[in-house]
Design a protein around this ligand. Sequence first.
Ligand code: FAD
Length: 547
Amino acid sequence: MTIKVMDCDLAVIGMGGIGSICTVKAADLLPGKRVIVLEKAKNPGGATIFAHGPQISDSTWQRQAGAEPMEPQDLSGQFFDFLVSKGEADAKKYFKVGQTTMMGMMALKIGIDMPRRIDKYKELDDPSIGPGWWGSYIVDKMMECCKKMNIPVLTETRAKKFIKDSSGKVTGVLADTKDGEIQVNFKACFIAAGGFGADYKKCQELWPNVFNNIPMHNLNPPSLTGDLIDAAQDTGAGIDLKNAGCNVQGPIHHPYSYTVVTMARSSVMQLQVNLEGERVSDPGGGGGLGRVTPNPRVYSIADQDVIEKAGELAADAISEEYEHERAKKYWREDLAEEIAVDEKWGYGRHTTKADTLVDLALKLKIDPNVLRATVEKYNKECESGKGQGEQGSQGGPGGPGGGFFQGSASPMPVKKGPFYAIFGQRFRQCTHGGIIVNASHEVLDTKGNVMPGLYAGGDCTTEYTVNSGSQSSGQGGPPQGMQGGPGGQGARGQAGRGGQGGPPGGGGIRGGVGIFGSYVASQGGGMAGLCKGITAAINIAKYLSRA
Ligand SMILES: Cc1cc2nc3c(=O)[nH]c(=O)nc-3n(C[C@H](O)[C@H](O)[C@H](O)COP(=O)(O)OP(=O)(O)OC[C@H]3O[C@@H](n4cnc5c(N)ncnc54)[C@H](O)[C@@H]3O)c2cc1C
């Protein structure tokens, strides 16, 4: 039974990244209009709260630091200026202008970086993983703005069905709350309900080779089931899952300290074992949807000499200035932080340290004889100079994992305690694609007609661009980058961490041919896509001013 009816000018469904940005920007542009947000989860943030942010070009800060202005201003710069306009002093605590360097050698451009963790999240039980990156700053800041602007954010409110008037126009949405059903009537609606990566079955239907029942760690918040994509379809929206994508990678040490991730991929540390202590010959890395790994969980094994060398080399493999500096100065601290978490919780899912190989095996619940035999064999290979080739690293033939190891140093034997095991796992991290929208974020029906008043953006969308082979603005990166890229290059490696050149897996948004008309389709979403919350808000404001 419907217990409550609410009316508004704009309903935003989903208080993750793009939803929160669009909400506040639209409210800025529409003084006096009523905006209501419906959010399924108990807390706002969606996937965004765990992720790093988009690469920023052409913000006012960069211009002031001497960067060449673009004409017109780049969307990411507009987005950053908008964020800063919500509290410059606060932004200055977390963001800084710096030169983005490539491999620590060449100055490329003036960029914006955010130091590793914001204060609010420092005291988490497990400080080695997020939130605490860019994404959490965005969501927290937008929530603060909503409070100031009296915009109701109805949490634990799951939008489930759209309502149409007699002319067929979508005019409202039904939602479940813990107190019963509500109906929200609107003049315009922005659907920002994220991807469907939490629904394994849906993913399996689309990508059976990868969703193959071999364990895969799930980084999607549970609310990301794609129910709003289904609801949009029921109301007549065009849906394109043919061009959808999913970020699946691994096994890789993620999501933990970026420095330790890089250490575990160092060419000196090439001994990876499975949970039984046996050598793994397919080391993992990127590979995305094409990748079917038989080893979903691994440990990279090192001794003190290997760790020292990997720590020393880590910075060389990191392009981002901040992370480069961090790896150089603080790799020991980052490693110690992970070891402390595993010591505290005793679950061997970060980095485990022990004085002897036997103790390391026991801590990992591995038969010490198996691990010892594996290490001895590996050491012999290292000493005979055969190990590197057999791994297929350094561009060798090692199958989908080739290219996983970074650097040109030779693999080192594992001999002198203490010993270390860095955990790596196969994981999935969000889907991208679903509701078909045009470049103005208007939802298109199954024939390609605009559905008046209905807008969508972010991970729940597939964007259609007419008559062009290029991506729409704000995306960037080569095709297929979002899929993990070939052989590990796409992982949080030299291309920079997510958003700063792409998510783990690279920053490109895969394109394809649309399902109707002569459109080019590209997956919406990713952190780079969040900037488009600004564009969506501007278009919605124009629509509502006319309505
Ligand atoms: C751990 C992790 C790390 C990542 N790192 C990176 C990275 O470094 N770089 C990068 O580019 N990408 C990264 N990603 C992906 C990135 O986070 C997403 O692509 C992006 O945040 C999507 O933003 P969004 O606003 O579209 O969706 P989300 O932020 O997921 O927001 C969707 C919101 O909609 C709500 N919702 C869903 N259904 C309903 C409903 N029926 N009714 C009401 N509300 C609903 C959800 O609860 C959620 O709050 C990462 C993802 C994860 C999980």
